[in-house]
Design a protein around this ligand. Structure first.
Ligand SMILES: [Mg+2]
Length: 258
């Protein structure tokens, strides 16, 4: 095999490989070329609502080769971080959807409402005053507070909807405690992906469309980044920002695998 500077790719999903319900064809070619070259890659998503199996299924629906083990979600990284920071699977009160609850249970965490060791907040489309109250009282009684990811809004066809970060903020304001965040641009999700990839950071590149999450994740972890302008960040925004990607491309078809 040729010597490649980057042997591992951590690849964002929405805006990079597809847009909503539409595949980005250059993304398909990109993954095909990674496969041909025998390079390693993982799919890295802040979406905490789905299980890795469901994310892989969605990717396969677009034509991407994807196994659940290739998908790192913010929920999986949160569960791993919890077990590591407590030194055992803690009891948890989660505000979140199936993806979060499954990840926590899969890591051995007990789901409780009374006196949890930790509170975890992720996107929850049935968020309510009662859930917020349970979380806030638990944090005020000493539970440690984690958030799957800090994305304040979610771009959708309807417009920008409240994201995990907005729910985390509500609980933070009412409890007086800021959460430890796990998803991009924070380090824990990247650490988990690197570990699974089995490669050092200098041989890895983060690929994504979002300066504030994907590219900032690279800046925070010392990993090179490839920003593709098929999603949220525009060339103008990148040019005016105080961080910059290692590489920028209009389309992934223009990447020569260095
Ligand atoms: Mg994206």
């Amino acid at each position: 095999m040729r010597n490649y500077r980057y042997r591992g790719y951590l690849i964002d999903l929405d805006g990079t490989l597809f847009r909503g319900k539409e595949v980005i064809p250059e993304g398909l070619q990109f993954i095909e070329k990674l496969e041909e070259r025998g390079l390693s890659y993982l799919y890295l998503t802040n979406n905490s609502s789905r299980r890795p199996e469901q994310v892989a299924e969605k990717l396969r629906g677009f034509g991407y080769p994807a196994h659940p083990e290739q998908v790192v979600t913010s929920s999986a990284a949160t569960a791993r971080t919890l077990v590591e920071s407590f030194g055992r699977p803690p009891s948890v009160y989660p505000i979140g959807e199936e993806g979060l609850v499954c990840a926590l249970e899969g890591a051995g965490c007990r789901i409780v409402t009374d006196r949890p060791d930790a509170v975890v907040v992720g996107i929850d489309r049935t968020f309510s005053y009662d859930k917020m109250k349970t979380a806030v009282l638990a944090i005020r009684a000493g539970a440690r507070y984690f958030g799957t990811n800090g994305d304040l809004v979610l771009p959708t066809e309807e417009g920008l909807l409240p994201g995990s970060g907005s729910l985390c903020t509500a609980v933070a304001v009412a409890s007086g405690v800021k959460p430890t965040l796990i998803g991009k641009p924070e380090k824990p999700i990247v650490d988990m992906a690197l570990k699974r990839l089995g490669l050092p950071p200098e041989e890895t590149v983060i690929v994504g469309d979002n300066l504030a999450t994907d590219i900032q994740a690279g800046v925070n972890t010392g990993i090179d980044t490839l920003l593709v302008f098929t999603g949220v960040t525009t060339p103008k925004e990148h040019a005016g920002a105080d961080i910059s990607a290692t590489y920028t491309l209009d389309s992934l078809k223009d990447w020569d695998f260095i």
